[in-house]
Design a protein around this ligand. Structure first.
Ligand code: 13P
Length: 270
């Protein structure tokens, strides 16, 4: 079969493949300034450019991050920010072999991450989430195909199939994995190289356990993570805006990144 050639096709496929490489996933730090402000407020910091810069510098200069992280999704502001000593954040990432990306609506030459948002609010059972997710992904893939999107050059960022956030019972990682994989197998062609889940308000350990459960048997795609909160919560709480905590906070980031890397390989144990 031929792949519909566009000038960027080859580059797209390479980039998508490198992001979907074994034992690695995406660090999502594409919080808008407003959302970043909420994160900073949770540790008592003002939403100033200096504080956003300091926080992003902490995340993006974590040495060794590239072993577990293959891509970072940045907010546009971050694309042009630098470390205090003048190294562009994107160059810090390249130094770790991490592909930088941004949130945009148009993207020749950029690997598109397809992310329809299915809200988790509600007291519905997991079956209802499965039904809605199947409808949403059927429609998304219909339009991707209609628009001649090269499936080999995209990544998906779905939410896991879980019960609604206010449902009376929590589901086990095995149940979440079963429903989520059922949905993916019914709806996502194997040509798509990577499925990068968002954490959607799950705790750090839940997000890792759920990902690990999904990787207990081989999948047609690279099933991995694109977590924001589930990689950042402890980092933020450890940092507290204090320069003397940066090193410990970076260690906390590496611990979560490594745990999710193991989960991507299906080898995580708590
Ligand atoms: P969470 O992992 O916090 O749900 O965020 C992922 C995401 O979509 C950020 O772009």
């Amino acid at each position: 079969a031929t792949i519909r050639a566009g000038s960027y096709t080859e580059e797209l496929l390479q980039t998508a493949k490198s992001i979907a490489s074994p034992g690695r996933g995406i660090l999502a730090i594409d919080e808008s300034n407003a959302t970043c402000g909420k994160r900073l407020a949770s540790i008592g910091l003002d939403n100033t450019e200096a504080n956003r810069q300091a926080y992003r510098q902490l995340l993006l200069t974590t040495s060794g991050l590239g072993e577990y992280i293959s891509g970072a999704i940045l907010f546009e502001e971050t694309l042009y920010q630098s470390t205090i000593d003048g190294t562009k954040f994107v160059d810090c990432l390249r130094g770790e072999n991490i592909v930088p990306g941004i949130k945009v609506d148009k993207d020749n030459g950029l690997v598109p991450i397809v992310e329809p948002e299915i809200l988790l609010d509600g007291d519905h059972a997991i079956e209802r989430t499965l039904e809605v997710a199947e409808n949403v992904w059927a429609e998304v893939f219909f339009y991707l195909a209609q628009n001649n999107v090269v499936f080999e050059g995209i990544l998906l960022k779905p939410s896991m199939v879980t019960p609604g956030a206010e449902h009376k019972e929590k589901a086990s990682p095995e149940t979440i994995a079963k429903y989520t994989l059922t949905m993916l197998k019914r709806r996502v062609p194997p040509a798509v190289p990577g499925i990068m889940f968002l954490s959607g308000g799950q705790s750090e350990v839940e997000a890792t356990l759920n990902l690990n459960a999904m990787n207990q048997s081989p999948n047609p795609w690279h099933v991995s993570f694109s977590y924001a909160r589930a990689l950042q919560n402890t980092v933020l709480k450890t940092w507290k805006g204090q320069p003397e905590n940066v090193e410990t906070a970076q260690k906390a980031l590496l611990i979560r990144a490594k745990a999710n890397s193991m989960a991507q390989l299906g080898r995580y144990s708590a």
